[in-house]
Design a protein around this ligand. Structure first.
Ligand SMILES: *[C@@H]1O[C@H](CO)[C@@H](O)[C@H](O)[C@H]1NC(C)=O
Ligand SMILES: *[C@@H]1O[C@H](CO)[C@@H](O)[C@H](O)[C@H]1NC(C)=O
Ligand SMILES: *[C@@H]1O[C@H](CO)[C@@H](O)[C@H](O)[C@H]1NC(C)=O
Ligand SMILES: *[C@@H]1O[C@H](CO)[C@@H](O)[C@H](O)[C@H]1NC(C)=O
Ligand SMILES: *[C@@H]1O[C@H](CO)[C@@H](O)[C@H](O)[C@H]1NC(C)=O
Ligand SMILES: *[C@@H]1O[C@H](CO)[C@@H](O)[C@H](O)[C@H]1NC(C)=O
Ligand SMILES: *[C@@H]1O[C@H](CO)[C@@H](O)[C@H](O)[C@H]1NC(C)=O
Ligand SMILES: *[C@@H]1O[C@H](CO)[C@@H](O)[C@H](O)[C@H]1NC(C)=O
Length: 854
């Protein structure tokens, strides 16, 4: 009997796989068992990915109590106008009916764009949704949910069990507790899917397991760990989307992300296994890092906010593509601080076959933490007791599914906006005066609702801030950057471009080519004793070339492809920029798959290591001021010195380096973006940068301008003045963020009380006033209110003069300093400092700005 059902299942799923793998080739058109509907649409329409959406009306049981509407504005972060720009609105309970195959599961995906529609505003909409006897949503507000996630639109995905009757009723019911409430929906997908769930044991109860056969699941998170966003078209036939995992990482312990070598192929153990996850998920991974001493001292941890009082299925995807034997990388898996799996060994699970994907499911009931919130922690730690060859752990993909409760319910409460968001909303409200209530509301929504990138970022910020009570002991160990290090901040993206073709532009002669032999002799064959820094990208060595010149040598981790893109960006940018206040790239080496950069040696390390948490003697105030002025010059040069604006994107005290004469040099262009050209006012991009320094406008709108760097630099200025970190999660709530803390003290006139003790006696009152005013202007909430870097520089110069001559240099200068937009060009001559940016380099430079042009 059991034997029979297994065979049947196998036959079924085999034919299913061949079906989906064939039909998924490009457009997933509605077939007899799958439906893709644009609600409120009047005819078939194709979205930006070439997917076909049919109108919804013929699936409605009684169209009389519904109406169609069009959104009044299209948020720029919408992936496509189909299906989001039209909606179906229900004034009372209404049902969509689908007749489906009774043999298999179905995805139900619902798309909501809570915007303003003709005669309808999503703010007044609360409703429930049932799928036959299962409750999928209850008292659901798409607007509140979208606001809390800072997304313009939301997609809810469920996996329904096979329906014996073959008929699915999807019923929308406006909430009765909110007067005049309406229900709405923009898009519905009902898609045939194979059974991808099977019995899974409960963590901590080896004798209990979840019978997945009868369970309906809601997808909470689906992450391509160590990799990039995977759109539905690139999924292995099930039209799922996979997101970057880095926003969910706990603390600063990011580990290292990598991509499989091109000669390693991913070999699924069976044909059906292909739809568990696509190759792109298994080809990238996150590991703990190269240093075993560091790895044993931390857990590689992901933290998720979830609805309490539900059971969750956590699916971890693994694929070992670096090592080839069992017992090389063995680790423990913890879920919510309980051991879920001891001595996980991916190679052993995969029968010692390299490149074979495996996955493990764990089930966990998550209780209320007392505040109505739930959290899911997934942590990996080397199994030291197993004495593996490497103390390390690996993860390639992670999915979290919510399981229906005993009453067939999956609905949780609407999310509560975080205090950061509430603040952003109220700040925005207090600024918007005049317009009518509804306008005001629209502005608030517009400001808060961003794209997916910012969703991801905010969750990251929240996780980080929420954890502020935790110990910070092991946080910064593997990111001790004191040279331009890639991946030491938020640059977690891996890229598929080989880099080699672009590298050849180097041969144009802006930077010197080193042979691998030269590099090896400079670093005593990469001897560990020469290592001066470690980052996600690899190691940085101290070395000597040309019989005496000290250099810093950054070597990409040969087993990692992380940062190829950043590597190339930095070469492209640095080899064309020469400035006293930018770290100079001396040369590069690309041989035998090595990517090595050679820089000027910075004898005094980073600015941060001279400010706090250090044994080094404190810098004097004048030294600090001069360093700030130098860094401001470097950034100003990036913004204005070249033909195009270059936005650094990651200005912070660890990216300001000091040479033997204490000259400040800006480093780490791995994240840089070339900025707006004439016909654009901003660069729209996925949010990158470091927490604590991020321009709030950038993360609200994902619009990057040179003023984003000005904001970060404002934080740097306060860091220098106050001698504390930009974010210190161990302090009380008001003090966590230096920007907020300084802003409040400035407003209350208590700046004095937060100035670094070491410089308090030295700093003159006038100078400190000018300095903090300048920093405050940099932190203005809106970019347009912030000074340009040139004005910042001018003000800092002025502050220095005030320090030397407290009576004030002269009235003229004071007036100019107060005018944030006047730049005194004779103080710094861009042309002179930019002498190496000649015409021929501009030709190449413009190619970098328009990469699609080649
Ligand atoms: C779907 O709704 C119809 C009435 O509209 C009802 O007769 C039918 O039993 C429902 N089907 C299920 C599976 O609930
Ligand atoms: C998706 O697949 C296409 C074709 O294989 C590829 O060109 C594209 O880069 C992929 N997109 C992503 C984001 O991986
Ligand atoms: C893949 O290439 C690397 C060097 O790039 C080599 O060390 C490794 O042995 C190769 N693996 C296979 C399976 O050929
Ligand atoms: C796990 O432990 C950490 C501290 O060790 C704690 O902060 C966290 O709340 C715990 N997580 C859960 C879900 O209990
Ligand atoms: C890793 O997590 C587990 C479970 O929460 C905890 O017991 C252990 O102390 C953690 N290890 C480190 C080094 O933080
Ligand atoms: C979870 O269940 C407990 C006990 O039944 C209850 O007090 C709490 O309010 C519930 N939390 C949520 C978020 O439903
Ligand atoms: C989910 O719902 C089904 C059908 O109502 C029920 O049999 C099953 O026990 C539920 N799952 C859980 C975990 O309660
Ligand atoms: C519905 O959701 C709103 C917003 O989250 C909440 O204020 C209200 O109490 C909820 N109503 C019910 C009946 O749960």
């Amino acid at each position: 009997m059991i034997f029979n059902t297994h065979i049947l299942f196998f036959l079924f799923s085999f034919s299913f796989v061949s079906n989906i793998l064939h039909s998924s080739s490009k457009t997933s058109k509605s077939n007899s068992d799958s439906f893709v509907l644009a609600c409120g649409g009047s005819s078939d329409a194709t979205d930006a990915n070439g997917r076909n959406w049919a109108p919804d009306s013929k699936f409605l049981a009684s169209p009389s109590n519904s109406m169609t509407a069009s959104a009044q504005s299209q948020d720029p972060s919408l992936p496509s106008s189909i299906p989001y720009m039209t909606a179906r609105i229900f004034t009372s309970s209404a049902t969509y009916k689908f007749s489906l195959s009774s043999k298999n599961r179905h995805w139900v995906r619902l798309h909501f764009y809570p915007s303003s529609y003709t005669d309808f505003s999503a703010a007044e909409s609360y409703f429930s949704l049932t799928a036959n006897e299962f409750i999928l949503l209850r008292n659901f507000s798409a607007l509140i949910t979208a606001q809390a996630l800072t997304q313009a639109y939301i997609i809810k995905e469920f996996s329904l069990t096979p329906i014996q009757s073959g008929s699915l009723n999807l019923t929308f019911t406006p909430s009765s507790t909110h007067k005049g409430s309406l229900a709405f929906v923009n898009g519905i997908e009902v898609i045939s899917m194979p059974e991808i769930f099977q019995q899974a044991t409960m963590v901590g109860f080896s004798d209990q397991s979840l019978e997945t056969e009868y369970s309906v699941f809601q997808t909470m998170f689906r992450l391509n760990v160590g990799g990039q966003f995977i759109p539905e078209a690139n999924d292995s036939g099930l039209t799922r989307t996979w997101y970057d995992d880095s926003p969910y990482l706990f603390g600063a312990a990011f580990g290292v992300s990598s991509e499989a070598d091109k000669n390693v192929s991913i070999k699924y153990p069976s044909r059906e296994a292909e739809y568990i996850a696509p190759v792109d998920v298994y080809k990238t991974a996150r590991t703990m890092g190269p240093n075993p001493k560091i790895n044993v001292n931390f857990n590689l941890t992901w933290v998720f906010q979830i609805d309490a009082n539900f059971t969750y299925l956590v699916r971890l995807h693994f694929c070992e593509y670096q090592l080839s034997k069992a017992n090389q990388r063995v680790f423990d898996i913890f879920i919510n601080n309980q051991t879920a799996q001891q001595s996980a060994d991916v190679m052993a699970w995969a029968d010692s076959k390299k490149g074979v994907p495996v996955y493990k499911d764990f089930v966990m009931y998550v209780k209320d933490d007392g505040n109505g919130d739930g959290e899911l922690w997934v942590a990996l730690h080397p199994s030291v007791s197993m004495k593996p060859e490497y103390y390390d752990a690996i993860l390639n993909g992670l999915e979290v599914f919510k399981v229906n409760d005993t009453r067939g319910n999956l609905a949780g409460p609407n999310p509560k906006p975080s205090w950061l968001q509430q603040k952003a909303i109220s700040d925005q409200q207090s600024r918007s005066f005049g317009p009518s209530q509804s306008n005001k509301r629209a502005r608030v929504i517009g400001g808060v609702v961003g794209g997916l990138g910012s969703f991801v970022l905010i969750v990251g910020v929240l996780v980080f801030l929420n954890r502020r009570k935790c110990k910070t002991g092991t946080r910064n160990t593997n990111t001790a950057s004191w040279l331009p290090l890639y991946g030491s901040s938020r640059s977690s993206g891996t890229t598929k471009s080989s880099g080699s073709s672009r590298f050849s532009t180097l041969d144009g002669g802006f930077c010197r080519h080193f042979s691998l032999g030269e590099i090896k002799s400079a670093t005593k064959n990469f001897d560990e004793s020469q290592v001066i820094g470690v980052g996600g990208f690899g190691k940085v060595y101290e070395g000597v070339v040309d019989g005496g010149t000290k250099v810093a040598i950054k070597r990409s981790n040969p087993s990692s492809e992380q940062g190829v893109h950043e590597f190339q960006t930095e070469i492209d940018l640095l080899s064309k920029l020469r400035h006293r206040h930018l770290v100079s790239l001396i040369g590069a080496c690309k041989e035998n798959d090595e990517m090595i950069l050679v820089y000027d040696y910075m004898a005094n390390g980073t600015l941060r290591e001279h400010l706090y948490k250090t044994n080094k003697p404190p810098l004097s105030w004048k030294q600090r001021l001069e360093i700030c002025i130098g860094a401001a010059r470097g950034i100003h040069y990036l913004h204005t010195g070249a033909k195009y604006t270059i936005i650094h994107r990651d200005v912070k005290t660890t990216n300001i380096l000091l040479d033997e004469k204490w000259v400040a040099k800006v480093s780490d262009f791995g994240l840089s973006k070339t900025g707006p050209t004439l016909n654009q006012t901003h660069v729209s991009t996925v949010v990158k940068g470091s927490f604590g320094y991020l321009d709030p406008e950038y993360f609200r709108r994902q619009q990057l301008t040179d003023k984003s760097d000005v904001y970060s630099f404002g934080v740097v200025l306060f860091e220098v003045l106050c001698g504390r970190a930009a974010l210190n999660p161990s302090l009380s709530k008001e003090q966590v963020s230096l920007a907020d803390w300084a802003r409040n003290n400035f407003r209350k006139g208590t700046m004095d009380s937060i100035i670094d003790q070491h410089i308090k006696g030295e700093i003159s009152l006038e100078c400190s006033k000018k300095f903090s005013e300048t920093a405050m202007k940099c932190l203005s909430d809106q970019g347009i209110d912030r000074p340009s870097m040139g004005a910042v520089l001018w003000n800092l110069e002025f502050a220095l003069q005030l320090q030397d001559n407290p009576d004030g240099p002269n009235v003229m200068a004071e007036q100019k300093a107060n005018d944030a937009f006047v730049v005194h060009t004779t103080l710094f001559n861009i042309e002179e400092e930019a002498e190496e940016t000649d015409d021929s380099s501009n030709v190449i430079f413009s190619q970098i700005v328009n990469p699609q042009g080649r």
